[in-house]
Design a protein around this ligand. Structure first.
Ligand SMILES: Nc1nc2c(c(=O)[nH]1)N[C@H]1C(S)=C(S)[C@@H](COP(=O)(O)O)O[C@H]1N2
Ligand SMILES: [Mo]
Length: 232
């Protein structure tokens, strides 16, 4: 029914605007926005940062980096659970996910192992809109993302809500390949790429910080590329 889904979209848009108001000040305080001395080189990118963060080398290729196990999740078995510190937890099926507002965005990809790939073309759903759908409680401060391969990674909520943080299903107008995290992966263009879970299956809102897979093994909690913020 047209009207029912329009109604749902209206509600997401309204909730998104409220979230923006709520998190605007905290977003302004994140390193990606508040950093007065970002380290890097090259022309200034779309976020006002030098396009190649300190210690990174640009690549045209797109390496595959993960724990070595590539889960194969068919679209009819695919589910995305969004729960934890939220008013309205959901379990989305593929059609539910594809009926959410879809965006295209061009962004850069910085792997902590020192390669960066610029200007990648993504399509997907903004994490901000998923948050608008589930309504984080006032007490929510972080998210933990889980992959179908048992991966996990934590992200500060005001970083996760940035408009270029997507749950992407399409890259360069092609279906996201399994080795790069298809059907759906998260991307975090303003943080090192390990903060974006491939094969994402659950986003849990948290009332406090917890460490994910790499964070428990000594990688940085915050992962800010322009501060060489690789290890904790
Ligand atoms: N589920 C899952 N997500 C993951 C990883 C992983 O091992 N499992 N590796 C991370 C790391 S370290 C990087 S650099 C990027 C690599 O994405 P790519 O293989 O598409 O280049 O995915 C991140 N997300
Ligand atoms: Mo990485």
């Amino acid at each position: 029914m047209e009207s029912a889904s329009d109604d749902k979209l209206d509600r997401i848009i309204e909730a998104r605007m409220k979230l923006k108001d709520r998190f605007e000040e905290r977003m302004k305080g994140t390193p990606s926005i508040a950093d007065e001395t970002p380290q890097g080189r090259g022309p200034i990118n779309r976020h006002g940062m030098p396009q190649t963060p300190v210690g990174q080398t640009l690549t045209q290729k797109w390496p595959v980096l993960d724990l070595g196990y590539h889960p194969n999740v068919s679209l009819d078995r695919w589910r995305l659970t969004i729960d934890g510190e939220v008013e309205n937890p959901v379990i989305l099926k593929w059609d539910d996910f594809m009926n959410l507002p879809q965006v295209e965005d061009i962004s850069d990809f910085h792997c902590v192992t020192t390669w960066s790939k610029l200007d990648m073309v993504w399509k997907g759903v903004r994490l901000m809109d998923l948050a608008a759908l589930v309504q984080p409680k006032e007490t929510a401060t972080h998210i933990m993302c889980y992959g179908y391969d048992t991966y996990s990674t934590n992200v500060l909520l005001e970083e996760a809500l940035k408009p270029d943080v997507l749950l992407a299903h399409t890259v360069y107008d092609e279906t996201l390949p399994v080795e790069h995290g298809g059907p759906v992966r998260m991307i975090t263009p303003q943080l090192y790429a390990w903060k974006g879970s491939k094969w994402i299956k659950r986003i849990q809102f948290l009332p406090e910080n917890k460490l994910g897979f790499w964070e428990e093994r000594g990688y940085s909690n915050t992962a800010y590329p322009w501060r060489n913020d690789r290890y904790s």
